[in-house]
Design a protein around this ligand. Structure first.
Ligand code: BES
Ligand code: MN
Ligand code: ZN
Length: 496
């Protein structure tokens, strides 16, 4: 999708469709509809009187040959209640408008910006919305709906010279949404087309393209580093594991802070010997969504260039049952030296994360954030709507929660509390890899946190939010790319 700024006067904008929004609890001439010429506004007011336009969220009404405009059509999109309107809602409203127009033979659009004092954040939200809305998960359909793609989005200032805020919003929005779609593409790939080796290749290609340093370690090095927990999971698969490390360390950034981004990279989770039921097992191709998030974040910051050092560490492997697979009751020694009794081979994510966190600390990371499709339990607690947030440092948890609010991603903190440690004690070893049914998201998170030690650490359980089970007006069914925007926003803010 090409993005441009159009500073032509409103009446003169030549576009197949101009998009504007209005509110539900206000006259139809509200929102950006208020900026339109009186001729077309009176039509809109008539439609409102007959209840054809209500302003309810995502309602789309297409007017042909709108009076007083050079645009061939005008799409009026409902923005919901004025009180509830913010950048997150704007992102959804703009996404809904774009998704409504795709597939109607329309390939070029113009979005009417709010006014002369347009904020960078709102432009960013619109650009992100359009790029994220113009995505479908139909990659391997031989007759893909590519003819639906939008080729051009113009941001219409309505006659003002484009401000620095508009330019910056366009650029940031593009970079972040492209990274999010890159992450969605990785999650969408089935496991036969996204083995640990292929994931590492994608990471390397991305790193080369954006000028980042990338190292990929294979089985011998993983064993040499004594990553016994990562290795235990990997040993059952014929696909060799990969440890992917991507560096973004600008010389001008302060040396004291190195943020480690650790992403769970299970390219397929069968459960191993504690095998999963076959129903819905195909969804476990998405068990590398944490990895995809972190690689996407690296792609975004390589372009946005915040003054902060960041290292991404991705342990990538399959979790398979086989004659070589690890088994319940096995005791393994993690890279940290802590011993772990395996009670369930399906609790593999925390094992690969344990060694990846230890390695990130060894590389010099002074703060750790992991993203992982860690537990089914988090989806029982928070559904598919909200990412579970856990952490040892409230300061860092707050950074993430604040960034999530800015980025329009829903997150909720769940507790980390020593009283839960009883649940994952082992009779034979330092730790057991499961903590029972109750509070499963918490004990899973806390097990991971044991390996962060004293280093400030935040854990994002994205088992529920990695994938949308239904088509939304503003987003296709399939991979969501969560929680990439939150992490990018947090890193940008950290850098000041
Ligand atoms: N990858 C799964 C968690 C998951 C479930 C992700 C549903 C996405 C959707 C994870 O490896 C897993 O199997 N967790 C177990 C842990 C249990 C054995 C302690 C679970 O949640 O059942
Ligand atoms: Mn599992
Ligand atoms: Zn898993």
């Amino acid at each position: 999708m090409k993005l441009e700024i159009s500073s032509e006067s409103l009446a003169q904008i030549q576009t197949p469709v101009l998009m504007a929004y209005s509110f539900e609890d206000a006259p139809a001439s509200s929102g950006t509809v208020e900026r339109l010429p009186a001729e077309v506004r009176s039509t809109i007011e008539e439609l409102q009187a007959s209840r054809e336009i209500t302003g309810k969220s995502y309602e789309c009404t297409l007017l042909h040959r709108p009076a007083g405009l050079a645009a061939r059509k005008l799409l009026v999109v409902g923005a919901g209640k004025r009180q509830k309107f913010n950048d997150a809602q704007l992102r959804r409203v703009a996404g809904a408008a774009v998704r409504h127009l795709r597939g109607r033979g329309i390939h070029e659009l113009a979005w009417l910006l709010d006014n002369e004092g347009t904020r960078r954040e709102s432009v960013e939200a619109v650009v992100e919305a359009a790029l994220l809305a113009d995505y479908d998960a139909d990659r391997y359909r031989t007759e893909r709906e590519v003819e639906r793609r939008i080729d051009l989005l113009a941001l219409a200032t309505g006659g003002h010279a484009p401000s620095e805020a508009v330019r910056a919003g366009l650029e940031r929005g593009r970079i972040i949404a492209e990274a999010q779609n890159f992450s969605r593409d990785l999650v969408n790939e089935p496991s036969n087309r996204m083995t640990p080796t292929m994931l590492a290749e994608r990471a390397q290609t991305m790193a080369e393209l954006y000028g980042l340093e990338c190292q990929v370690l294979g089985p011998e090095q993983i064993r040499e580093l004594k990553m016994g927990a990562f290795w235990a999971v990997a040993q059952g698969s014929d696909e060799p594991p990969r440890l992917i490390v991507v560096h973004y360390e600008p010389a001008e950034a302060p040396a004291e802070l190195v943020v480690g981004l650790v992403g769970k990279g299970i390219t397929f989770d069968t459960g191993g010997i504690s095998i999963k039921p076959s129903e819905n097992m195909h969804e476990m191709k998405t068990d590398m969504a944490g990895a995809a998030t972190m690689l996407g974040v690296m792609q975004a910051i390589a372009q946005l260039k915040p003054r902060v050092r960041v290292i991404a560490v991705v342990p990538a492997t399959e979790n398979m049952p086989s004659g070589k697979a690890y088994k319940p009751g096995d005791v393994i020694t993690s890279m940290s030296g802590k011993t772990i009794e395996i009670l369930n081979t399906d609790a593999e994510g925390r094992l690969v994360l344990a060694d990846a966190l230890t390695y990130a600390k060894q590389l010099g990371c002074t703060a750790l954030i992991d993203a992982a499709t860690l537990t089914g339990a988090v989806t029982i607690a928070l559904g598919n709507i909200t990412t579970g947030v856990f952490g040892s440092s409230q300061e860092w948890v707050n950074r993430v929660l604040n960034a999530a609010a800015d980025a329009g991603e829903k997150m909720w903190q769940l507790p980390v509390d020593d009283d839960y440690r009883e649940q994952y004690k082992s009779l034979i070893a330092d730790l057991a890899n499961t903590g029972g049914r109750y509070g499963g998201a918490i004990t899973g998170a806390m097990f991971v946190g044991e390996f962060a030690g004293d280093t400030p650490w935040v854990h994002l359980d994205i088992a529920g939010t990695r994938w949308s089970n239904e088509e939304k007006p503003f987003l296709a069914k399939g991979p969501t790319g969560a929680p990439l925007r939150t992490l990018v926003h947090m890193l940008l803010k950290l850098a000041g």
